[in-house]
Design a protein around this ligand. Structure first.
Ligand SMILES: Cc1ncc(C[n+]2csc(CCOP(=O)(O)OP(=O)(O)O)c2C)c(N)n1
Length: 345
């Protein structure tokens, strides 16, 4: 299986552009009330997920929290399926049932999209346990925010991950804030990476505004896990340009702080690196950007013209095989679950 890392850096820059343009368009569509519920944008953090997926194989597992649009796009979910999910349409990557916070794409091994802070870290432990149990050499990438590191579920999961020596890369996307609370006000540690030390998990700090640094560090870590399964922790320092969600004016930080990070923009940085090295012309950059914008505009058209989910489908997929209508006995449920499992084997 091809490692995404082997793909051209220009292609990875194009992916960052797609993510950026997708998010900008989502913001606009949210303001036009085409998108309901919550919507958390990833703008500014693109180099984190792009660099991370560039370091793994396509069959490795990815799991993240609710700021998840970029993770699905980076994994290969189409912009159409992502936009349709935001619109709550039946053609969305979670069939329109999940919305912004619950993107899911089993085919591309992207296992959500989870809204409860820290609650998916134990799921990552389970995924990594499963791959080891099955004798596979897959690595799990578990992304979470700085807000997750003080949750009980995070600590319980880290303990088991370390105890069982599971092949997980714990990726803290430290964007300095959990909603409006800065890390300095919520966390006793000077640096988040030190959380890993308490569990004997090796940890590193990575510059999340630099695609190459993220990719190279993660490639090294994933390579070492593949040879000899073990957990690892990376604190990736990044910044989100927008508020926590669409309804947050982000008045808890200064314009100067935001400007400082914007000057270090991950897309501008990779573009400059490639241009300096003679690997990218301005025309080539503009072409990629134009293509990203066109893809995203087409995804809005696709979402708009997609069918609504029929009301009677709303409770589908809540329980396995839908065999849980009132009155169905547990024995009957087990029977139909076994039948469904046999049918999919
Ligand atoms: C257990 C739990 N507590 C509180 C919330 C409300 N909440 C939603 S997002 C958020 C902040 C999380 O911040 P962080 O993990 O740093 O992620 P980021 O928004 O920076 O991506 C909180 C407290 C929640 N979803 N789950």
């Amino acid at each position: 299986m091809q490692r995404l890392e082997q793909r051209d850096e220009v292609e990875m820059l194009a992916l960052m552009l797609l993510i950026r343009r997708f998010e900008e368009r989502a913001s606009q569509q949210y303001q036009a009330q085409k998108i309901g519920g919550f919507c958390h944008l990833y703008i500014g953090q693109e180099a984190v997920v792009t660099g991370a997926v560039a370091a793994v194989r396509e069959d490795d597992y990815i799991i993240t929290a609710y700021r998840d649009h970029a993770h699905a796009l980076a994994r290969g979910t189409s912009a159409n399926a992502c936009m349709a999910e935001l619109f709550g349409k039946a053609t969305g990557c979670s069939r329109g049932l999940g919305g912004s916070m619950h993107f899911f794409d089993r085919q591309n091994h992207m296992y959500g999209g989870h809204a409860i802070v820290g609650a998916h870290v134990p799921l990552a432990a389970g995924m990594a346990f499963a791959s080891r149990y099955r004798g596979e050499d897959r690595v799990t990438l578990c992304f979470f925010g700085d807000g997750a590191i003080n949750q009980g579920s995070f600590h319980e999961a880290l303990n088991l991950i370390a105890l069982y020596n599971l092949p997980v890369v714990l990726i803290c996307e430290n964007n300095l804030f959990a909603m409006g609370t800065s890390v300095k006000r919520s966390t006793s540690l000077k640096q988040i990476v030190d959380r890993a030390e308490g569990y004997d998990i090796p940890g590193e700090i990575v510059d999340g505004m630099n695609f190459r640094e993220v990719r190279d560090k993660l490639t090294e870590i994933v390579g070492s896990i593949r040879k000899d399964p073990h957990p690892a922790f990376v604190e990736i320092r990044t910044y989100r340009y927008r508020g926590h969600s669409m309804s947050d004016p982000a008045s808890y930080r200064t314009k100067e702080e935001l400007e400082k990070y914007r000057l270090d923009d991950p897309i501008t940085r990779l573009r400059a690196q490639l241009t300096r090295e003679g690997k990218l012309t301005n025309e080539q950059f503009d072409q990629r950007d134009k293509k990203a914008k066109e893809t995203v505009i087409a995804s809005v058209k696709f979402a708009e013209s997609s069918p609504e989910l029929p009301v009677e489908k709303v409770y589908d997929y809540v329980y396995f095989n839908g065999a849980v209508e009132a009155g169905v006995s547990p024995a009957k449920r087990q029977e139909s679950a076994a039948a469904a499992a046999a049918a999919t084997e």
